[in-house]
Design a binder for this molecule. Structure first.
Ligand SMILES: O=C(CO)COP(=O)(O)O
Ligand SMILES: [Zn+2]
Length: 216
């Protein structure tokens, strides 16, 4: 089986796994991954994560030309903004995951660090998550907002919409966005409980030991 065939299958399998666990629903969310030759495989617009067809993924070549497959997600500017600003990005995932969206609706959030530092894996997989304002779905201004971060963040939260995470490959991006959703769930569960977040010393220890992109 060719590397590209394996990548097509992996994108569809992991998207289905996210869908089956309720991390995105209906025809929401989109996913993309770099191919070995510098191109991109992308979920087509209007498709469900539960039923992506490996043979119909939008396939772009390294110059950004659509070579085959169905029309791509309307969030292409968002995806390409991550690839263009983060050389380490091999995949990008966007979900409409319930707890992250719920948290984004609340007042008094820290836009520079949307998720409180609750667990080591939250820090390790995501670094600081930037909260971006509300945009209409498909608005290229979202891509501009991500470009404005100059590659310093791997994860952003679109207010009233959903998270977007870049990772070195599809598995890493999926693991990280699951961490984002679970940390948002913990934040909501413990919101009125005087919960103990990680201390500054604990944060620094995690950041140092696991080489987390934190102070940027
Ligand atoms: O989540 C979505 C828009 O933000 C889904 O849009 P697409 O179906 O175009 O990927
Ligand atoms: Zn969306």
């Amino acid at each position: 089986m060719s590397t590209e065939t394996r990548l097509r299958d992996q994108i569809c399998e992991l998207a289905k796994s996210l869908f089956d666990r309720g991390l995105t629903h209906g025809s929401t969310g989109n996913i993309s991954a770099r191919t070995d030759d510098g191109g991109l495989l992308v979920s087509p617009t209007g498709t469900s994560f539960g039923r992506l067809d490996p043979s119909r993924l939008s396939h772009f070549d390294a110059s950004g030309q659509l070579k085959s497959g169905d029309a791509p997600t309307k969030e292409m500017p968002l995806h390409t903004a991550f690839y263009d600003t983060r050389s380490s990005a091999g995949a990008v995932v966007h979900l409409h995951s319930c707890h992250a969206v719920a948290l984004s609706l609340l007042p008094d959030l820290d836009a520079d660090s949307f998720l409180p530092p609750l667990t080591p894996y939250g820090l390790m997989k995501l670094g600081k998550v930037k909260l971006l304002p509300f945009f209409l779905p498909g608005d290229p201004a979202m891509g501009e907002a991500v470009r404005g971060l100059a590659g310093k963040r791997s994860a952003v939260m679109l207010a009233n919409h959903g998270p977007v995470v870049a990772g070195k490959d599809v598995e890493a991006a999926c693991n990280a966005i699951e961490e984002l959703e679970d940390t948002a769930r913990l934040a909501l569960m413990t919101r009125h409980m005087d919960a103990r977040a990680l201390s500054d010393d604990q944060i620094q220890a995690v950041v140092t030991k696991f080489d987390v992109e934190w102070d940027q």
